[in-house]
Ligand binder design. Structure first.
Ligand code: SAH
Length: 198
């Protein structure tokens, strides 16, 4: 994971107005409708290490944002793996697309659309990471997970001042699932069919 962080040039995924702060451990605004950020650097290992991303894995990211998380995932799953990432906001999608292209991560499958319903075309996935606050645990995505497979999602009201619960949902070999509540986090709202309504 540390090697992946060292390889991906975070400054290339920042809004030019904030580029000089690329290595400050905070989230920063990115182009969109105001509800988009590149997450703080420390959040990526928190998401990716429990997902146990390995060479050859197929991963779905919901909320492409800057494209930075997808580039990191690309480093972790390697050439044999697949990274699919979905962005609902068109401006943000274009930003992510430019960033991934100029940094040479052209082997990421970037989709513009509602990721709250997942992306059945490439399912099942070894890992799914939802990088926006979902009002509920998205049980409808379990059918797009492999067994075993893992899903990471911030659950709760995006406007709650205490943040949301970061939930790790594991699908076992026999198809049963279990959930662990890892910590409090603060994410922007998940929109779309299974998203937040404000
Ligand atoms: N992973 C990103 C940070 C994402 S911020 C990064 O590394 O930079 C959350 C993103 O989720 C925002 O860009 C927001 O527009 C997007 N989003 C919100 N709801 C969505 C949905 N239903 N489908 C796809 N993207 C969504």
């Amino acid at each position: 994971m540390a090697e992946a962080v060292l390889r991906v040039p975070r400054e290339q995924f920042m809004d030019p107005n904030y580029r000089e702060h690329a290595y400050v451990d905070q989230p920063f605004p990115i182009p969109g409708d105001g509800g988009q950020t590149i997450s703080a650097p420390y959040m990526y290992p928190i998401f990716y290490e429990p997902l146990d991303l390995r060479e050859g894995y197929k991963i779905l990211e919901i909320g492409a944002g800057s494209g930075y998380g997808a580039a990191l995932a690309r480093e972790l799953v390697g050439e044999k793996g697949l990274v699919v990432t979905i962005e609902i906001n068109e401006l943000t999608y274009e930003f992510a697309s430019r960033n991934l292209e100029k940094t040479g991560y052209d082997n990421v499958k970037l989709i513009c659309g509602d990721g709250s319903i997942g992306y059945p075309d490439e399912a099942p996935y070894d890992a799914i990471c939802v990088t926006a606050a979902s009002p509920r645990v998205p049980y409808h995505l379990i059918e797009q997970m492999k067994a075993p497979g893992k899903l990471m999602v911030p659950v709760g009201d995006a406007y709650n001042m205490f943040g949301q619960d970061l939930v790790l949902l594991s699908k076992e070999m026999d198809g049963s699932t279990k959930e662990v509540n890892l910590m409090k986090v603060a994410y922007v709202p998940l929109r779309g069919k299974h998203g937040q309504y404000r």
